[in-house]
Write a protein that binds this ligand. Structure first.
Ligand code: ADP
Ligand code: TRP
Length: 323
């Protein structure tokens, strides 16, 4: 029996190579050995995106990104979260069992609160919506980045709370911390998230990728000077694309001197284009046929709903709304 795997990504911006090496690549690798369900967390994105054109564009783009990167709709149930209204229904049942102070401890809430942002009820409830995504599908493993680990603990606690109150229904999911690449640094050396403006876009145009690579921050050593590869933001990104021998050779060129940062950037640009070239080509076939992509999402949602409907029948009966 294959284990049931569930994960999602918010369509809150443009995918970058950090998302690829940190998350998507692993989803693609895991799809063969698992009963996998991967979705686009558009309801979660609504906690931050309040522009309908941007949100719908992001959703379609992420679907194309997933497909181009190799998620195979024959193997994975691929859908968008908002097509499964039962998820929000379950969120309500969970809300009615969740003490406020429990959610006040969530990092996502604390971060927003500390930054004195207006925290919406939706953002406050983010972990419970995520618990519903996971529990409604009987997920056994949830592959996520380190930053999401606390949310899996919320899902486990919520399952236990429900089971203690209404009877054993929900499985306790396990996090699977994605170890592919710990943190892909951005062009300024900080982490690369969608929102810092330091990303290398996964499916940008040649010009966009070039611009991002050329903007990588370095010190001001001349080409002749010896350089420390371990302190270089460009070198950190070469590690994603080069094999051990190639890295050793490049390391030597850094320390010997004679390699300018411009040349290193040109090399990195070429590596990125070569690596993602086939994926970008595949993506254009989806770009030219958005109806095909929407159809894949529709079929995925039908498949996912058939599973969650069975679960929700039991849940409704347990909480007492079924007559
Ligand atoms: P972002 O930080 O870009 O907004 P999300 O929070 O939606 O991305 O995360 C989507 C997935 O991509 C998560 O599994 C996250 O751990 C992973 N991820 C995001 N940024 C990076 C990065 N710079 N390096 C490695 N993995 C990353
Ligand atoms: N919160 C996750 C993120 O920001 C996205 C997400 C929503 C998710 N629901 C999920 C991940 C359920 C795994 C399982 O990356």
């Amino acid at each position: 029996m294959k284990k049931r795997l569930v994960s999602g990504i918010q369509p809150s911006g443009v995918m970058h190579i950090g998302n690829y090496f940190g998350a998507i690549k692993q989803f693609v690798d895991l799809q063969n050995e698992h009963d996998a369900s991967i979705f686009i967390a558009d309801l979660h994105a609504l906690t931050t995106v309040h522009d309908k054109d941007i949100l719908s564009k992001n959703i379609l783009n992420i679907a194309m990104d997933y497909l181009a990167c190799g998620l195979d709709p024959e193997k994975v149930t691929l859908f968008k979260q908002s097509d499964i209204p039962e998820v929000t229904e379950l969120t309500w049942y969970f809300n009615c069992l969740t003490p406020m102070p429990f959610l006040e401890r969530a990092t996502s809430y604390k971060d927003a609160h500390m930054k004195a942002k207006d925290v919406t009820v939706g953002l406050f409830d983010y972990p419970i919506l995520m618990a519903s995504d996971i529990l409604i599908q009987d997920a056994e493993i949830v592959p996520v980045g380190q930053d999401q680990k606390q949310h899996i603990e919320y899902a486990r606690d919520t399952a236990q709370k429900f089971n203690n109150t209404f009877g054993e229904i929900f499985k306790l999911p396990e996090p699977m911390l994605l170890g592919g690449v710990a943190i892909v640094p951005g062009t300024d050396g900080r982490k690369m998230p969608k929102s810092y403006g330091n990303t290398i876009p996964l499916f940008g145009t040649d010009a966009e990728i070039k611009k991002a690579v050329m903007s990588i921050v370095t010190d001001s050593k001349t080409p002749e000077e010896s350089k420390n590869p371990d302190e270089c933001n460009i070198f950190a990104l070469h590690k994603l694309f080069l094999n051990t021998d190639e890295l050793t050779a490049l390391r030597a060129r850094y320390t010997e001197g004679g390699l300018g940062y411009k040349e290193s950037k040109d090399m990195l640009y070429a590596e990125i284009i070569a690596f993602f070239g086939p994926l970008r080509e595949k993506r254009t076939t989806y770009e030219n046929d958005p109806e095909l992509v929407k159809d894949i999402l529709r079929k995925g949602a039908e498949k996912a709903r058939a599973v969650v409907e069975v679960k929700m029948k039991t849940v409704r009966a347990k909480v007492g709304v079924t007559l």
